[in-house]
Design a protein. Structure first.
Length: 165
């Protein structure tokens, strides 16, 4: 059993359900410190608690023990979406020269730049991101697409990724 995998699964599912460590501890009749130790991979839940954890999180025991591969891009149902104006557009650039640039831009600001044609001159480390059709990227986000939206590898070896969170 991998304590890190189980712990990160417990933390992820607990947060997804919007319950605190104290609330989970109460449901399982353990201390909040025990839950914290599980989530940090310091210790493992007692084997008798595993079926209860699976029931609480509505997962199988196999899922509890496994490292699930999350899709890079997801569609979020309308009822579960956040306000796009409160999201971040993350731009990652690794240039062939060895430069690494990380930019977090509030999506609301990108909408302003796009609306004023400011995105047309949007350059990072000499890479023209204005060539992207930003109105289509923003439309995807507004329609519930999250995660990695764009990945480009240039002939020069520059690598650009754009995420929204």
């Amino acid at each position: 059993m991998d304590a890190q995998v189980i712990g990160s699964n417990i933390a992820k599912w607990r947060k997804e359900q919007g319950i605190t460590q104290d609330q989970l501890a109460e449901k399982l009749s353990v201390s909040a410190q025990a839950v914290s130790k599980w989530e940090n991979g310091v210790s493992l839940p007692d084997i008798t608690l595993l079926p209860q954890l699976a029931t609480i999180f509505e997962v199988t025991l196999d899922q509890l023990f496994s490292r699930e591969v999350e899709p890079e891009t997801q569609y979020i149902k309308p009822e579960n979406r956040k306000d796009p104006d409160k999201m971040l557009l993350k731009i990652v650039v690794d240039s062939s020269d060895g430069d690494k640039v990380r930019v977090n831009v509030p999506l609301a600001l990108m909408k302003l730049l796009e609306g004023t044609d400011g995105a047309g001159g949007f350059n990072i480390n000499g890479i023209n991101l204005g060539a992207l059709e930003w109105e289509k990227v923003i439309k995807l986000i507004d329609e519930g697409v999250l995660g990695k939206l764009v990945e480009v590898e240039s002939a020069d070896g520059d690598h650009v990724e754009i995420f929204v969170e």
